[in-house]
Design a binder for this molecule. Structure first.
Ligand SMILES: Nc1ncnc2c1ncn2[C@@H]1O[C@H](COP(=O)(O)OP(=O)(O)OP(=O)(O)O)[C@@H](O)[C@H]1O
Ligand SMILES: [Mg+2]
Length: 378
């Protein structure tokens, strides 16, 4: 746990970069510092590893004042990743990653074995080991930066806008990769960004800073979206916060409609005569996988003639945001709900999703602690 207690930083020219900041940063979680340019994010991060000394206040790591620790030992316990990776251009990828272990006195062989292991962990092809940084794409270089920071297995990872220089698709890939690695390693990660979407995607907790280095709000992403502390936070969150907040609600309890799903080989003429004939039905194969939509008043049983069912959502894994999106895109207005194996569990229309949103809101109101949230595929 990193405890920032009433910390301020006033630079020599009088600029107050950080103003009486207090933050508790827990282990095994990602804490994001977000805010506009110049609000003191980098200054805060660098005070944690003592690249910058606070003007006042205290920073503790696991209870111990960092000023009492030898600075080398402190920095060895903290990996540091920056924008554009900051790699050593004259060293190979493998030797870049092996830098800290070598500084710690590991043998060349052991350090390189560790570096090779980390290349795999961050999703880099082993063939890149002998290349130099200029021979890698920006996204690949960022992966090397993350691997290098992890090399000596520090309990803390400080990341300053690590993914800002790459395009949005690569950036999403890097974010997913970081979440996966964090799921395996459980570090205390402090992650700086000025991109609120990135903060919401990867943060367990998000600290929003305003210009002048003042804390505006410190909360979990779903709480930021549903209850921004003031107009500054609300504006910084940007549009669509209601829809984005659905990313944190589970599809687990959706009241799925199973009455309009039928397997191939059903008696279509009989069904057409019954109420099932009143609207489109979903036809599934023998394994309960979706085949497509049929209007039983005209469909003659030809699987080739079914209307495509579009993308389904996975119950429990995908969020309500995904379910709503699928329903909006569906030609019938009904989203197809499947289990992990792709078998149809039922259908959910926009009204079904709306009912689930109302139920979640009531639960939230009844129990401000106990809203079930998911960090699911959004
Ligand atoms: N060495 C310095 N001397 C004087 N002022 C500084 C110094 N370093 C930073 N500042 C000022 O402190 C404030 C905070 O800077 P900081 O780099 O922490 O912001 P930031 O939130 O990381 O911004 P960005 O998003 O642009 O990276 C800014 O006004 C900056 O100009
Ligand atoms: Mg900065």
């Amino acid at each position: 746990m990193i405890a920032i207690e009433d910390v301020s930083k006033r630079y020599a020219d009088g600029t107050v970069a950080v103003d009486r900041l207090s933050l508790q940063i827990p282990n095994h979680s990602i804490t994001v510092l977000v805010g506009p340019s110049g609000c003191g994010k980098t200054t805060t991060l660098r005070m944690i590893n003592r690249m910058i000394e606070p003007s006042s206040g205290t920073i503790r790591v696991n209870g111990e004042d960092i000023l009492r620790k030898p600075v080398n030992a402190l920095r060895q316990s903290m990996g540091y990743v920056i924008q554009n990776a900051g790699l050593f251009q004259h060293r190979t990828i493998l030797d870049n990653i092996a830098t800290v272990p070598r500084l710690l006195g590991w043998s060349k062989q052991r350090a390189r074995a560790r570096a090779a292991e980390l290349m795999e962990r961050v999703g880099l092809d082993p063939a890149m080991a002998r290349r130099y940084p200029y021979q890698l794409s920006g996204g690949q270089q960022q992966r090397v930066g993350v691997a290098r920071a992890l090399a000596a297995d520090p309990p803390i990872l400080l990341m300053d806008e690590p993914f800002s220089a790459v395009d949005p698709v690569v950036r999403r890939g890097l974010q997913e990769e970081l979440l996966r690695i964090q799921g395996e390693l459980g570090k205390a990660i402090v992650f700086v960004t000025h991109d609120m979407d990135e903060a919401i995607t990867i943060g367990d907790r998000v600290a929003v800073l305003r210009t002048g280095g003042k804390l505006a709000q410190f909360a979990a992403p779903d709480e930021l979206l549903s209850a921004p502390a003031d107009a500054f936070v609300e504006e910084f969150l940007g549009g669509d916060r209601g829809i984005r907040g659905l990313s944190f609600l589970s599809t687990r309890d959706l009241a799925l409609d199973r009455s309009r799903v039928f397997p191939v080989g059903s008696d279509w003429q009989q069904l057409a005569g019954e109420s099932a004939g009143a609207g489109p039905v979903l036809v599934t194969d023998a394994d309960a996988k979706p085949l497509g939509w049929a209007d039983l008043t005209v469909w003659a049983g030809d699987v080739q003639a079914l209307e495509p069912h579009g993308q389904a959502f996975e119950v429990g894994k995908d969020s309500l945001r995904v379910a709503l999106d699928r329903a909006v895109l569906s030609p019938t207005g009904q989203a197809v709900a499947v289990d992990g194996a792709g078998r149809v569990l039922g259908l959910a229309g926009q009204e079904t999703v709306a009912a689930a949103i109302r139920a979640a809101r009531q639960r939230r109101a009844a129990d401000s602690e106990g809203v079930s949230t998911v960090k699911a595929a959004r």
